[in-house]
Design a protein around this ligand. Sequence first.
Ligand SMILES: [Zn+2]
Length: 342
Amino acid sequence: MLEYRFEHTEPLTWRVILAVRADAKQRKEQIWVGTELEVERALRGKEDAACLALTQPLGVFWCEVGQTPAERWNKAFAALCRALAARRAAERKKQEENAAAILSQLAEEPAANAAAWYAAIQIWEMYLRCCRGRDRQKAMVAFRQFAELMILPFGEYTSEMLQWRREKPVTLVWNDRADAKLEVWYPQGKIPFECAVTDGSLRPALIYYRQRILDAGLLMRQCSHCGKIFFAGDARSTLCGERCRKASKKAARQDFEERNKGLDCEQAYAREYMFWYNRISKLKKNSAPPEQIGRAKAALKQFSSEALKQKQLVKQGDMTDAKFVAWMLGQEKMILAICGKV
Ligand SMILES: [Zn+2]
C-alpha cells in the first residue's frame, strides 16, 4: 500500500509519475505510482513503501480507469475549489477533509487502484502548489485546468477506448499537447524492459498501453461466464481462464440435466436435437459464412445418425437412459465449437 496522506502540508519536491509496462507475452501488466525517485528504485526491484507497485492481469489498468465513477472525482474537485476560495481556515480545513476522504476512497476501494491513486495524488499536489499562490484567481484557474485534464479519462471510456471494446478500428479524437505527452523509458541499467511514464494526463498512457497490446496481436474479449475483460490471441476465446472454463462446463451440465429431467430417451433426444437445430438457425439468422453453416449441418447429421443408433440400444435394454443422456451432453461441444457460445 502506498503511504501518502492527503494533508495540508508542503508539496513534494520531486514530480509524481505513473509508469506502466504492458507485458503482452505473459498477459500481465505492471504499474508504478510515486515520485520519480521512488519509481526508479522500485523499477530496479527495490521495495519501497512510498511507491505503489502493482503486478496484475493485462487489462486491469484499462478497466479500472473506465469503471471509476466520474461524479465522485467531480465532488472531490469541487471541494478543493471551495477550499482554495475559502476565507476562513476552518472552512478550508472542512473542505480539505471532505476531498481527502473521497480521494482516499477512490484510490483504495475496493482495492488499490493505480490510475486513481495517481490522479488523486496529482490533484492534491497541484492543490498544495496552488495554495501557495498569491493570486487566488490565477491559482483557481490553474487548478481547475489541471484537475479537469486529470479526471477526463475516468467514468466513461474515452472514445478511442470505447471503440476498442467494440472491436472497431480506432480513430483518435482531437486532443492538445497537454493531453498527448508521454515519456518512454527504454531498458536501462538493471531494468530490462520498456515502460511508459506520464506526469500529466493519463490518456496518452492508456493509448500507448492499448497499442502495445494490439501490436502483440491480442484481442479484447469479455468473459461469457464472469464478464471480466481479458485478452486472447483469437476471437473464438469466450472464457477468461481455467476457473471460468470449469464453472461454465458445470453450468452447462446442470442446464442440460435440468432440461432433460424426467424425459424418456425419445423426449431427451428430441430436446437435444432442438438444441443443435436452434444453434444452426441462429447462425443463419446472423448471416454466418455458408462454409460454417455447412459444417454445422454436417455435424448435426452425424450426431443424429449416431444418436438414433444409441437410442435403439436403450430401447432394447442394452444401454441405460443416463448413459445415453451423458453421451448426448458430451456431443454438445461439437456444435458449440462450430458456432461459438451463443
Ligand atoms: Zn471469466
